[in-house]
Structures are given as structure tokens and as C-alpha cells.
Write a protein that binds this ligand. Structure first.
Ligand SMILES: NC(=O)c1ccc[n+]([C@@H]2O[C@H](COP(=O)([O-])OP(=O)(O)OC[C@H]3O[C@@H](n4cnc5c(N)ncnc54)[C@H](OP(=O)(O)O)[C@@H]3O)[C@@H](O)[C@H]2O)c1
Length: 315
């Protein structure tokens, strides 16, 4: 039987690469690239003309994916705070172009949003809560959601916060902890910043289940557990047999940060649990799976899958 085709923008990113690894046996996976080159077995890559809607629509029509995951974005909170114009162009305009092209061609679209959309004063925020971002990154992601819904009302919009194995030019939160603790470097983590993290693969699995259920609109796809950054680091050190004594506490209220960050980023996953009939997993579940991925070779494979920035730009 012919495999279904999935196009993932942001193909050299943390989420794109892990999603590709999860699906490559069962789907025809195409990773859309920008400046960095990806070389991953069982996956094809294509440079995408994300800033040219006409060319993009022609590219998508020729490629004919069954599903598009829009995971490309300017993801550094501090970079977004410094370069407003670029952040808006990448996070809002490009999302609008891809959502328009997907709507015109009738291709299912999943738009990846964030948990950075609120002031951080409450726990387990639900999808219906009005957005109120604290920083420019959150502001652009909120605008992107609005733009995508306006041009493509059948898009699935996913608010999340994930971790997984990164690559040589992109460390995830869990990579940063693991590589530093393995090197014996002491780390300081906030014990007053909370989130509801999910493993990238578990996020992708939940999204495909939502697609099967023909879900549209906004869904929080996060883990079942609210945890502080400090507690997450401690749990990770236990699962990976790393020295817990290297992990120190600090509080965000005492830190000087370039961009303001919400203290409580936890999202409620009750809506997705209702549709999927069950929980998405705990931090322990995800860390066990992350460890198993390393044993299965994912860390090493992804580390070398992306090459240095190329001179070429297609947009
Ligand atoms: N990481 C998290 O925990 C987290 C949390 C909440 C939400 N999210 C959202 O999840 C999505 C994926 O995040 P990630 O962590 O996987 O991202 P990432 O690792 O930072 O990768 C970003 C990707 O976007 C591409 N990109 C950047 N600028 C582009 C442009 N102008 N045109 C086309 N592609 C461009 C990059 O390609 P090049 O490198 O080649 O430029 C890269 O492939 C993003 O929308 C992010 O906002 C992430």
C-alpha cells in the first residue's frame, strides 16, 4: 500500500527531526528545510519557498502531502525580543502563507504554537483562556494562531512545550541538562518556573490521533504533570544516573533576563484527554522513553543529522 506523505516545515529543528524519526517507517516523510541541510536515513528533504506564496503553493501542489506540520519558526525568546521585525515575519507572516496554501489545496494543516501565551499567574491554563503574552516571542505566536485561524479555519493548532534529542547546532532543554551534567558542569535551575513538558514523540503521536478524530482548532498537547524546571532536572538526573548534587536552585524573581518569561507555563490537557480518551503521560514516562531512544541510537543519529549553516538562502 502506498504510504501517506507528510511534510514537516522546520525540518532541521528539534521537533521536525524527532517527528521524522517516529514516522519514517510508516509514512513518506518530507522535511522542509531553510538554511541548514538535513541528512536522515529514510527521509527526504526539500528547500521550501516559505516567503513566496505562489511558488510555495506550486511546490505543495506538486509534492501533494496528505498532512503538513508547520514547525518552522524563530524560536529563541531572546532573539525575538531583539529582532521584532524578523520575529513577526517568520512566526506570523510565514505561518499565514503556509496556512493559506494548505487551505487553497485542501491539505490538512497542523500549526505548532506554544505555551508562552500567558502572563504565568495561573496553573493549568485551558484553551479558552484569552491570550496575554509577556514577551515578543509569545506575542508573535499569538498573532500567528489568529492569522492561521482566519485563513484556514480547519487547521489544528497545537499549544505545547516539548523536549527530545537535538543536534549539533540545536540543544533541547534535556540535551542541555544531560550534556552538562555528563561533563560535570554545575547547573542552576529555577524552582519557581513551572511547565507541563511532553516528549516530542508523544506530542506527535497525540497529534496524529487528533487528526484521525478530525479535530480542528486549538488543543493543548502537553504532559499530564506540572513540574518546575528544577524538579525536572532532578528527575532527569535520576533517570540518566547523573550527579544530582550538580543541580542548584535559583528563582526567576531574582534573575535578570532579557525577555520577561512567564513563571507558570503549565497548560491543561483535559480537552485532548477527553478526545483521546486518556492521559498523555508523566515526566517519568517521557524520561524513560528518552533514555530508551538514546539506547536505540536516536541521540547519536540526530546529533550528526544536520550540517552547518549553508551560504545559500532560498528566501
Ligand atoms: N522547543 C520547545 O520546547 C517549544 C516549545 C513551545 C513551542 N515550540 C514551537 O514548536 C515549533 C518547533 O520548535 P523547535 O524547537 O523544533 O524549533 P527549532 O529547533 O528552533 O527549529 C526551528 C526551525 O525553523 C526553521 N526556520 C527558522 N527560520 C525560518 C525561515 N525564515 N524560513 C523557514 N524555516 C525557518 C529552522 O531552519 P534553519 O535552522 O535552517 O533556519 C529550523 O528548522 C516552533 O513553532 C516553536 O515555536 C517549541
Amino acid at each position: 500500500m502506498k504510504k501517506k506523505r507528510i511534510l514537516i516545515t522546520g525540518g532541521s529543528g528539534l521537533l521536525g527531526l524527532n517527528w521524522a524519526c517516529l514516522l519514517r517507517e510508516t509514512w513518506d516523510v518530507v522535511l522542509g528545510t531553510h538554511r541548514q541541510e538535513v541528512c536522515l536515513s529514510g527521509v527526504t528533504t526539500v528547500p521550501l519557498a516559505l516567503t513566496n506564496t505562489e511558488l510555495l503553493t506550486r511546490q505543495l501542489a506538486a509534492m501533494a502531502p496528505d498532512v503538513i506540520i508547520h514547525a518552522a519558526g524563530m524560536t529563541s525568546v531572546d532573539e525575538c525580543e531583539i529582532r521584532h521585525e524578523e520575529a513577526k515575519r517568520v512566526n506570523v507572516e510565514l505561518s499565514g502563507y503556509i496556512a493559506t496554501a494548505a487551505a487553497v489545496l485542501g491539505i490538512e494543516l497542523v500549526h505548532i504554537s506554544t505555551d508562552h501565551l500567558f502572563q504565568g499567574q495561573h496553573s493549568f491554563i485551558v484553551e479558552s483562556e484569552p491570550v496575554s503574552p509577556l514577551n515578543y516571542y509569545g506575542f508573535t505566536k499569538a498573532m500567528a494562531e489568529e492569522r492561521v485561524q482566519a485563513v484556514n479555519p480547519s487547521a489544528l493548532i497545537i499549544r505545547t512545550n516539548f523536549f527530545g534529542w537535538g543536534h549539533v547546532n540545536r540543544q533541547s532543554f534535556s540535551d542541555w541538562l544531560i550534556y552538562n551534567l555528563r561533563a560535570g558542569v554545575p547547573l542552576t535551575l529555577f524552582d519557581d518556573v513551572f511547565f507541563t513538558p511532553i516528549l516530542a514523540d508523544s506530542l506527535a503521536i497525540a497529534v496524529h490521533k487528533l487528526l484521525e478524530k478530525k479535530a480542528v482548532g486549538i488543543f493543548n498537547v502537553v504532559g499530564d504533570e506540572r513540574i518546575s524546571k528544577y524538579e525536572f532536572a532532578v528527575k532527569l538526573s535520576q533517570h540518566f544516573a547523573l550527579p544530582e548534587k550538580l543541580i542548584r536552585r535559583n528563582q526567576i524573581v531574582r534573575a535578570e533576563l532579557l525577555a520577561a518569561r512567564p513563571r507558570d507555563m503549565s497548560l491543561s490537557n483535559k480537552k485532548v484527554q477527553l478526545v483521546l480518551d486518556g492521559g498523555l503521560g508523566t515526566v517519568d514516562d517521557f524520561l524513560i522513553a528518552l533514555r530508551q531512544q538514546e539506547l536505540d541510537g536516536r541521540r547519536v543519529e540526530l546529533y550528526g543529522a544536520v550540517s552547518e549553516y549553508m551560504k545559500r538562502t532560498i528566501s
